[in-house]
Design a protein around this ligand. Structure first.
Ligand code: ITT
Length: 199
């Protein structure tokens, strides 16, 4: 079995997060025939692992075996230094069952205030995994460092983007043009590693 992905290969993007799906589609640049997990009616798997890579593998494996297609999954999150790396792999969970990221951002702000630390450094991590149905899996990781800012700024992007300023920048991911975020983000960095391995 070849682990190279030929242009036009049918792939399932194993995410139920529309923000991620949009960014993954932009990174894939029409190179593959991509169907979404929602279009195939795939269920959202549990995320039982303790690492981003572990959870990306679980999601890709589940989607590939259920669909019979090669699957690309993303597990990602925001890590805050003063919170010992939280919310990290629990980034989606901090938004609660209604996926309210206004609430998740308020929670980051109040937990940070509780620490009385003035360290606002943070980083985003993205693990990407590609799994072949009943076959191998390849996983990579990307990271971008930056700083948190409150109150939130900008209505672009998704999730925690309005409070994150990437290193060396002035705008939050929520204020940046989507193309500018895609040029430097944790997802873009993971994607570059995947491209080197598989394309
Ligand atoms: P899937 O598992 O279906 O892909 P999810 O949203 O549950 O969707 P995760 O478990 O990987 O995915 O949660 C990651 C959370 O981290 C996500 O909900 C975002 O809020 C946040 N996150 C990840 N990448 C981000 C980015 O580029 N900008 C802002 N927030 C991001």
């Amino acid at each position: 079995m070849s682990l190279f992905l030929d242009p036009g290969t049918r792939l399932v993007a194993a995410t139920h997060n529309p923000g991620k799906a949009r960014e993954l589609a932009a990174l894939l640049e029409g190179r593959f025939d991509v169907v979404s997990a929602a279009e195939l009616g795939l269920r959202e798997p549990e995320e039982p692992e303790s690492t981003f890579v572990g959870n990306a593998i679980v999601k890709a494996r589940a989607a590939a075996d259920a669909s019979g297609l090669i699957a690309l999954a993303d597990d990602s999150g925001l890590c805050v230094a003063a919170l010992g790396g939280q919310p990290g792999i629990h980034s989606a969970r901090w938004a609660g069952p209604t996926k309210d990221f206004g609430h998740a951002i308020d929670l980051v702000e109040s937990r940070l205030a509780d620490t009385e630390s003035d360290d606002v450094s943070a980083w985003f991590v993205c693990a990407l995994a590609v799994a072949w149905p009943n076959g191998p899996v390849v996983a990579v990781e990307g990271r971008i460092d930056g700083a948190l800012t409150f109150p939130r700024r900008g209505g672009r992007g998704f999730g925690y983007d309005p409070i994150f300023i990437p290193e060396g920048g002035a705008l939050t991911f929520g204020e940046m043009d989507p193309g500018a975020k895609d040029a430097i983000s944790h997802r873009a960095r993971a994607f570059a590693a995947l491209k080197a391995a598989l394309f």
